[in-house]
Design a protein around this ligand. Structure first.
Ligand code: PGA
Length: 244
């Protein structure tokens, strides 16, 4: 059985003053599910210090595939770990689109993350045109084949590109179809260990739809963007997962 996880992706949002939201969240009692917040790199150290010893873990939003070197503007997995992170989001569709990241690079980053002791959260998901063309499962299978590392110590996030930040979500049946396919592919690739990989759904998860989404088969949690910025919303999503 995979561990349940509510992960928040703050994207390019969040200043030191916004740590007040994290303090508010920490005022809630400890849930039984894993909770993770991934701020932008400048805030990671301060957030990790605030969360050290609490039930909130922290992660990065990307890392370089190399351990160090002449890569201006990039951060290594070891730097994220040094700042207190235990996870890193990789292959988010915004990185695939904005930075042209191909599957092979995401796999190299995932291997670098594992080498630094971080758990990679590898993101996959189809565009609207790919869904309309009936290619969703093939696209996701291809992304998994190309971007997962060769070991099972990962989290996988299914995030349909067209559902991210749009307020639109797939039907529960559509989410279930993709998550079942991802689970089957993880088990085919990693054996029984594939059953233990947390599969997160991401894309416009809100307090109002979280309970329904968490009831879908093979959904072990969520990767939450906008609704993770406010303690009240993210707290409600965590509570929904805890109750699922
Ligand atoms: P959203 O983003 O919850 O704002 O749709 C999800 C994500 O991109 O991880």
């Amino acid at each position: 059985m995979a561990q349940k996880m509510a992960a928040g992706n703050w994207k390019m949002n969040g200043l030191k003053t916004d740590l007040a939201e994290v303090r508010t969240l920490l005022g809630e009692s400890k849930p039984s599910v894993d909770v993770l917040l991934c701020p932008a790199s400048p805030l990671l150290g301060a957030m990790s210090t605030l969360c050290d010893g609490t039930w909130i873990k922290t992660g990065g939003q990307d890392c370089h595939a190399s351990p160090s070197g002449a890569h201006t503007g990039d951060v290594s997995a070891a730097m994220l770990a040094d700042a207190g992170a235990s996870y890193v989001i990789l292959g988010h569709s915004e990185r695939r689109a904005d930075h042209g990241e191909p599957d092979a690079l995401i796999k190299a980053k995932a291997e670098a993350a594992l080498a630094a002791g971080l758990t990679p959260i590898v993101c996959v998901g189809e565009t609207e045109a790919q869904r309309d063309a009936g290619d969703t499962l093939a696209v996701v299978a291809g992304q998994l084949a190309g971007s997962l590392p060769d070991v099972s110590g990962v989290v996988i996030a299914y995030e349909p590109v067209w559902a991210i930040g749009t307020g639109r979500t797939p039907t529960l049946a559509q989410i279930g179809e993709v998550h079942d396919a991802i689970r089957a592919s993880a088990v085919a690739r990693f054996g029984a260990a594939g059953d233990d990989i947390p599969l997160l759904y991401g894309g416009s998860v809100k307090p109002g739809n979280a309970t329904d989404i968490f009831a879908v088969s093979n959904v072990d949690g969520a990767l939450v963007g906008g609704a993770s910025l406010k303690a009240a919303d993210f707290g409600a999503i965590i509570a929904a997962l805890d109750a699922a």
